[in-house]
Design a protein around this ligand. Structure first.
Ligand SMILES: [Zn+2]
Length: 159
């Protein structure tokens, strides 16, 4: 599917010849390398990262055999995503941020389906399973982080 985004190089090594792409919800961006300056709340739609052939093999091993997500090593500067226009971001500056954007809900639902049906459904590719697991783990990670910061930053009396 053509999304209008620029093709980006491998997010691990910068090789321009990529073979696989993972689409992720914006909320996982803070887990990635170089994510500091990125206002992930202003990202529209999903964040796509790309892998060259040898790094994709590595990522598949990491996710499927070792059970680890690759995002900490993925350079977000080599990810492709669309960011909301500045004036729009300003207008929405004080908006209540929903926990799950429509993109995130869709990706999560799809991930759950893939993980549940992978063994039974031959149409589901290994890439889909890798993507599903990476999304699941990453969202669990950011949720843990958010819980921890909530505990210190907010007192029950504000309710
Ligand atoms: Zn690479």
């Amino acid at each position: 599917m053509y999304t209008g985004k620029t093709e980006m190089p491998c997010c691990l090594c910068g090789n321009g010849d990529t073979v696989a792409r993972l689409d992720l919800p914006p909320r996982v961006v803070p887990l990635m390398d170089n994510a500091g300056p990125i206002a992930w709340r202003d990202i529209i739609g999903e964040v796509s990262i790309h892998f060259c052939a040898s790094d994709w093999e590595l990522v598949c091993d990491l996710v499927l055999d070792i059970g680890m997500g690759p995002l900490g090593r993925c350079n977000v500067a080599r990810a492709s995503f669309d960011i909301r226009e500045d004036f729009e971001a300003l207008l929405n500056d004080v908006r209540e941020e929903p926990n799950q954007s429509p993109t995130e809900r869709r990706l999560l639902a799809e991930s759950d389906r893939v993980i549940t049906e992978y063994d039974a459904d031959e149409a589901i590719e290994t890439r889909d399973l890798v993507e599903a697991k990476v999304i699941r783990w990453a969202l669990a990670d950011v949720e843990n982080d958010e819980d921890e910061s909530d505990g210190t930053a907010r007192s029950p009396a504000t309710d």
